[in-house]
Design a protein. Structure first.
Length: 176
């Protein structure tokens, strides 16, 4: 069994580590409340309804997802890596650490936004593979898949604006 060393020297097995990291990400992202209230989710529902209502009989959501998402995931992971190294040491120190009200730091919130962007893409890709392999044509699954696919794309706006927010914070940092 592989054991991961955490910062506090507590040894956690892989399942416990996964659970801990997902809880940390979800908390920094804002939890269920921020997920449900997301304008990107609401817009995705509206777009998915339009697509499902007006689509041609030949259009299959998972074919589109399987052709778009692998490249989008690679690009997103590259952007995430760049975001993690953004700014000099002084800026990184200024945006990390819990806020005075106990909420996650701007750095962690932006990281959670990028993680959410990538994780939704990966989950949608896995769902696409499952639906494609079984050639599923169930209307409920078609709507759910279309919704997930559109949401995974619209989250690019959220990720972009988060990086722009970080850029504005960096720009407002007093010069030495």
């Amino acid at each position: 069994m592989v054991v991961l060393e955490m910062g506090n020297n507590k040894k956690l097995d892989q399942w416990e580590s996964l659970k801990t990291e997902v809880k940390s990400y979800w908390s920094a992202y804002g939890g269920v409340k921020d997920f449900v209230e997301s304008p990107y989710l609401v817009l995705s529902v509206l777009f998915a309804l339009l697509v499902c209502f007006f689509r041609s009989n030949e259009w299959v959501w998972y074919n589109q997802a399987l052709s778009v998402l692998p490249d989008l995931i690679g690009f997103s992971l590259g952007g995430y890596a760049v975001m993690l190294a953004f700014g000099d040491r002084r800026f990184q120190d200024a945006v990390r650490g819990k806020c005075s009200d106990g909420t996650s730091s701007p750095y962690l919130r932006i990281s959670a936004t990028m993680a959410h962007f990538v994780l939704v893409q990966i989950i949608t890709l896995l769902f696409s593979v499952c639906c494609s392999s079984a050639n599923l044509a169930n209307p409920v699954l078609n709507f759910l898949g279309t919704l997930m696919f559109i949401y995974s794309i619209l989250l690019g706006i959220s990720a972009t604006l988060s990086i722009f927010f970080m850029s504005r914070m960096y720009d407002n940092l007093p010069k030495k």
